[in-house]
Design a protein around this ligand. Structure first.
Ligand code: PMP
Length: 286
């Protein structure tokens, strides 16, 4: 069935939605994005995504396409129009197009392109993968140096996911200078002797909206959290591991580069954090 999507002020059937071939998002990956999950027809942590979107735009001197309230209204209208109970809302803002290709940014009065669409994902919260856990491989992190900006330069993460599939795994953790940065589309954690370890925020990783919420909830639940650099070898020797993202919440990791963690099944802390995250996020969903 055709979805209703949003493009620059219009709600259209997906077949009729178009963007210029000169759009800088298309030509130069000059664009940022957000993915907000929907549970029970409501948006999870919309505020967090709106704040990060503004930060990404500011870091790239890109204009805001509309106000936060308008963005919320568009999200809600698409969720309703497409009858989304569980799923995702994808949002992308590009620097727009002034009708040609040039490395120099177009003039300031060029209108940004704003596109949103929904993805229906029945069973998102009750994902069976969370019960078996994910297998990850490690790959070298060769992305650019501003990974804190949520740009659409997803070629390498996409290749990483393919390398994982080819190796019979589910995902890849990226490694730079010997230390794990993050997963291809998630933040990475391990747990040893009850302590949750994850890389500190910097320009090296995306400042995950789920990461922020999960670390707060972990501390509220009296769990110990340590933000520091860690290696693949250290994570392989952990009791358990997991990842966080807006689209998969808390996902247990049971194997790293062929080495099973603990008993090779999702660990108690990852499992508990997933429950807490889903429970708490639903309370504040809008
Ligand atoms: N790191 C990367 C590289 C990502 O692509 C994502 C998902 N967009 C995340 C971390 C997790 O961020 P969030 O919790 O905001 O989805």
């Amino acid at each position: 069935m055709s979805r209703t999507v949003y493009v620059n002020g219009e709600y259209l059937p997906e077949e009729e939605a178009t963007v210029s071939i000169f759009d800088r998002g298309f030509l130069m990956a000059d664009a940022v994005y957000e993915v907000t999950s929907v549970l029970g027809g409501k948006l999870i942590d919309f505020e967090g995504h709106a704040v990060r979107l503004k930060r990404s735009l500011d870091e790239l001197d890109m204009a805001e396409p509309c106000s936060k309230d308008e963005l919320l209204a568009i999200h809600r209208k698409l969720v309703e129009a497409n009858g989304i109970d569980e799923g995702l809302v994808y949002l992308q803002v590009t620097r727009g197009s002034d009708g040609d290709r040039d490395f120099v940014f177009p003039s300031e009065d060029t209108k940004p392109t704003l596109v949103l669409f929904t993805q229906s994902k029945p069973g998102l919260a009750d994902n069976p993968a969370a019960k078996t856990g994910a297998k990850v491989i490690s790959i070298e992190d060769i992305r650019w140096g501003r990974r804190d900006i949520k740009t659409v330069q997803l070629l390498y993460p996409s290749m990483g996911k393919m390398m994982a599939k080819k190796a019979g795994a589910d995902d890849a953790w990226m490694v730079e200078d010997g230390y794990v940065t993050e997963g291809t589309s998630n933040n990475a954690y391990f747990v040893k002797d009850g302590k949750i370890v994850t890389r500190p925020l910097s320009t090296d990783i995306l400042h995950g909206i789920t990461r922020k919420a999960v670390l707060r909830m972990a501390e509220e639940a009296q769990m110990q959290v340590e933000e520091r650099l860690f290696t693949i070898e250290e994570a392989q020797g952990a009791d358990e591991a997991f990842t966080t993202s807006a689209s998969a919440f808390v996902m247990p990791v049971v194997e790293i580069d062929g080495v099973a963690l603990g008993d090779g099944v999702p660990g108690p802390i990852a499992t508990r954090l997933r429950e807490i995250y889903l429970e708490e996020s639903l309370k504040t969903a809008i």
